[in-house]
Ligand binder design. Structure first.
Ligand code: HEM
Length: 407
């Protein structure tokens, strides 16, 4: 798309922004870029990538709700998945609009109903307590690799019904990294992840097949929904693919972010000790501040005016959820972690028809794990600087050195 595409019908242009949301330094700390983006107006033109960009909460929320104008069919990332050489077939849930989306979403909502997820609680609690005992016995541990990742890579694939194997954990995290790197540009980071993923491609393809789903898991139920005619048979493995690629890293990122903020502020930890039901607030606040999925993309289905700037028909828009989640016009003291904050309205789980379908699962995982720690640990401390795992769209820590005082 040429620069002219950024000119609106009235001859006004969206400001051309020389910003790079995918540069290493920005991925390390994107907050200055977010502020520049919000200051630039409701919508800007990212010259480096030839896409529009939005960063203000008040403009993003209505856009997410308006799927008829802001369609998901162009792809959840920067690449246009409608092109014949698209990097992968579109997701049959994230990258479709109603009415196709409604049919698939309804079937999945039945498979992942609150009643079904509640049945997993006990198994999740047993694993959370085992793991919390383990880290308490160690005294110091990595909040990411020893704790958050260990937990989600045990509980979630088992609920899905993917058989355990020595490579399951590493392979699933690699697929997650590929999924989220793939939502950004075709840069060196993406290429490197794709090369690593090429080595496990056969395992990946096999893991989304019906034969890979153990009886009783929700993966099996997706294939049964196809048997019952609720969804088309060819999309069943692609739905399993969406879960293999999107359900682990996000949840692990949320949990380790919560631990990171809590370890920096003993008063916040004490608030959880006083009332462990507050772990829910801590998780939402960590999601708001760190926004595991930083961006989603939409494609305009008509020329649309966003707060005075017109974006032409068929334009890709990068919607920076992470920027909306710290927008000072929406949040008081936006950078402060406060487990008592009213976090309703944060956009870390999206909004509108595509709002995260796995949020109950993510919340359940986070809740049982943090509660298990809160009940055993009187003080949580950082023992070194955490490091980041840089990814084009997933914001997460690679390491989080922690020590604990039991009690
Ligand atoms: C803290 C953890 C999580 C975060 C931050 C997160 C974030 C998101 C976001 C932002 C969206 C909206 C995408 C869009 O609008 O284009 C979404 C959708 C989705 N998420 Fe999650 N997610 C999380 C956990 C999970 C889990 C555990 C699962 C698997 C059970 C999951 C499966 C999905 C699916 C299938 C969709 C697409 C829903 C649709 O298009 O109707 N997510 N998620």
């Amino acid at each position: 798309m040429s620069d002219l595409a950024s000119m609106d019908a009235a001859g006004r242009t969206a400001p051309v922004l020389d910003l790079d949301p995918f540069a290493d330094a920005v991925l390390e700390s994107p907050f200055e870029m977010h502020a520049a983006l919000r200051a630039a107006g409701p919508v800007g033109w990212l010259s480096k990538y030839g896409v529009y960009v939005m960063g203000r909460h008040k403009d993003i929320l209505p856009a997410l709700k308006d799927w008829e104008t802001f369609s998901s069919t162009g792809g959840s990332g920067l690449a246009d998945i409608r092109k014949p050489d698209a990097w992968r077939p579109g997701s049959p849930i994230v990258e479709v609009d109603p009415p196709q989306h409604t049919k698939v979403r309804t079937a999945l909502q039945r498979i992942l109903s609150p009643a079904v997820i509640r049945q997993w609680r006990q198994d999740f609690e047993i694993e959370a307590e085992r793991l919390a005992d383990e880290v308490v016995a160690k005294g110091s541990f990595c909040g990411v690799t020893d704790f958050a990742e260990t937990f989600v890579s045990t509980t979630f694939p088992t609920a899905l019904g993917l058989a355990d194997s020595p490579q399951r954990r590493d392979n699933l995290f690699l697929l997650g990294a590929l999924n989220f790197d793939g939502q950004g540009p075709r840069n060196a980071r993406y290429e490197a992840t794709q090369r690593k993923a090429d080595e496990i491609w056969d395992w990946y393809l096999d893991s989304m097949k019906r034969e890979a789903m153990l009886p009783g898991g929700f993966g099996e139920k997706i294939f049964q929904a196809a048997d019952a005619g609720e969804i088309d048979p060819e999309i069943a493995p692609l739905l399993v693919r969406s879960f293999l690629r999107g359900g682990l890293d996000t949840t692990s990122s949320m949990i380790s972010a919560a631990l990171w903020y809590l370890a920096q502020d003993p008063a916040q930890w004490q608030l959880l000790r006083d009332d462990p039901t507050r772990v829910r607030g801590a998780l939402d606040e960590a999601m708001r501040l760190e926004t595991p999925i930083q961006n989603v993309c939409r494609q305009t289905m008509r020329g649309v005016e966003i707060d005075g700037t017109t974006v032409p028909f068929d334009s890709k828009i990068l919607i920076i959820l992470a920027s909306a989640n710290r927008d000072p016009e929406r949040w008081e003291n936006p950078d402060r972690f406060d487990v008592m904050r009213q976090t309703m309205g944060h956009l870390a789980l999206g909004n509108g028809v595509h709002m995260c379908i796995g949020q109950m699962i993510a919340r359940l995982e986070g809740e049982v794990l943090l509660k298990a720690l809160v009940s055993r640990v009187s003080a949580l401390k950082l023992t070194g600087e955490p490091t980041r795992a840089l990814n084009n769209n997933l914001r997460s820590l690679a390491t989080l050195p922690l020590s604990i005082t039991a009690g």
